[in-house]
Design a protein around this ligand. Structure first.
Ligand SMILES: Cc1ncc(COP(=O)(O)O)c(C=O)c1O
Length: 406
């Protein structure tokens, strides 16, 4: 069943304008319903949660409902497994700080050079205390994180493997279930950055088998806000990083220092409802099955537009795609990066700006990857990051704008 693009685009007011948005991995457009919910929270239920008076009970219920919606979105067992924060970067910092008690000098952490710095920097802090950090690096020719490379790095002191589900540069979908099985067999836990994956495919934490999963709602059609999932026993085992009078049992509050953004939590439910609506339109029932069906039609639309773009790029001798050549649903998301021989990436992007198409160049905070691939001096990569609301006509407009430069 194909995506109803007219319905889809009508849900995002910004898409009615003259610009084409293809910098979605930086931040997606927001749903009208999300904006309306944020406004509604602020105008009708903006009191502090946790008291016994009726408006506070209503506000508390709204925030709880947001945890439930995101539990469904990630296929978590329960709303109590959802932690909220201002950004994924903040949540990685909190998670890392909350593991201080358990990470001892001599313990080991494996990081990748394909990750956004959000899932690197917070872990490197522990190196200052004698924790050993090892890097699992992308093969510079194939752009793959080879599983054998991970196996070589694991030891009986490895406590964590921190890895991105999809690369925000390469677009590659990493096999988290396999990575989790390998890490668990060695006694290590797995921390997954889902930011570049979440707008594109259904997250299923049960199937992934990882231990912690974080993503940002502003890349998934919602407000500036982020979510972390971990099973209850894992959350209970974390240190309290909030006030001293919280206890280890104060889940999730002990790892949500300060009040979370209530209006963003309530607003973000709109994005979950939207994917469910797409699933229902595709013939699915309610809840989780609708989310999976919604993402199935999203993935197919992404495949179609990605294939068109990659076909064009592959036809130009001057272009090197930085990532897999495949546009198959299982291989990559609709984030496509490339370089152009003899041209600075900045110049390529500026030519496209003039055509009122938003794309971008640089390292995208995956600084180590771009540096290791030797692309820093080139202005990084040109990145076209699409989502399901982008159309073939928009890809053709981009191709027309790029053609004279390539
Ligand atoms: C893969 C990836 N991880 C983490 C982040 C950081 O997310 P946030 O801005 O919510 O901290 C980004 C943001 O671009 C990202 O692309």
């Amino acid at each position: 069943m194909a995506l109803d693009l007219e319905f889809v685009r009508s849900q995002f007011p910004a898409l009615a304008g003259e610009w084409v948005f293809m910098d979605n991995a930086g931040g997606s457009q927001v749903l009208r319903t999300v904006a309306e919910r944020v406004s509604d929270y602020l105008l009708t239920s903006n009191v502090q949660t946790g008291a016994s008076y009726a408006p506070s009970l209503a506000s508390t219920a709204r925030v709880r409902e947001a945890r439930g919606a995101y539990a469904r979105f990630m296929n978590a067992a329960d709303a109590s497994e959802i932690v909220m924060g201002a950004s994924s970067t903040a949540l990685f910092r909190y998670l890392s700080e909350a593991m201080t008690g358990r990470l001892q000098p001599g313990d080991e952490i494996i990081l990748t050079n394909a990750d956004h710095e959000a899932n690197i920097g917070p872990w490197l802090k522990h190196a200052e205390r004698g924790v050993v950090v090892r890097f699992w690096n992308v093969d510079p020719d194939s752009f793959e994180l080879e599983l054998d490379g991970l196996k070589d790095l694991l030891t009986d002191r490895t406590k964590l493997v921190c890895v991105t589900h999809a690369s925000n540069i390469l677009g590659t979908i990493n096999p988290i279930a396999e990575i989790s099985a390998i890490a668990h067999a060695a006694g290590a836990e797995v921390v997954v950055d889902g930011v570049a994956y979440a707008p594109h495919r259904a997250i299923d934490v049960k199937a992934l088998g990882c231990d912690y999963y974080i993503f940002s709602s502003y890349k998934v059609f919602g407000p500036h806000f982020a979510v972390m999932w971990a099973p209850n026993d894992k959350l209970l085992a974390l240190d309290n990083i909030y006030h001293f009078f919280m206890t280890r049992e104060s889940v999730p509050y002990k790892i949500e220092p300060g009040n979370i953004n209530y209006e963003a939590a309530w607003g973000a439910i709109g994005a979950v409802d939207y994917v469910e609506a797409l699933g229902r339109k595709a013939g699915a029932g309610e809840g989780r099955v609708a989310i999976e069906a919604g993402f199935a039609v999203i993935a197919e639309q992404e495949r179609i537009i990605t294939a068109r773009l990659m076909e064009f790029l592959a036809s130009r001798n001057s272009v090197r795609i930085v990532g897999r050549k495949s546009s198959a649903v299982a291989d990559r998301v609709a984030t496509v990066s490339f370089t152009v021989e003899g041209q600075d990436s900045k110049a390529v992007v500026e030519a496209v700006d003039a055509a009122k198409i938003g794309i971008r160049h640089g390292h995208f905070y995956a600084y180590r990857l771009i540096d290791d691939l030797g692309l820093m001096a080139n202005g990084g990569v040109v990145r076209v990051s699409m989502v399901h609301y982008n159309t073939l006509a928009e890809v053709d407009r981009l191709v027309a704008a790029l053609e004279p430069k390539l």
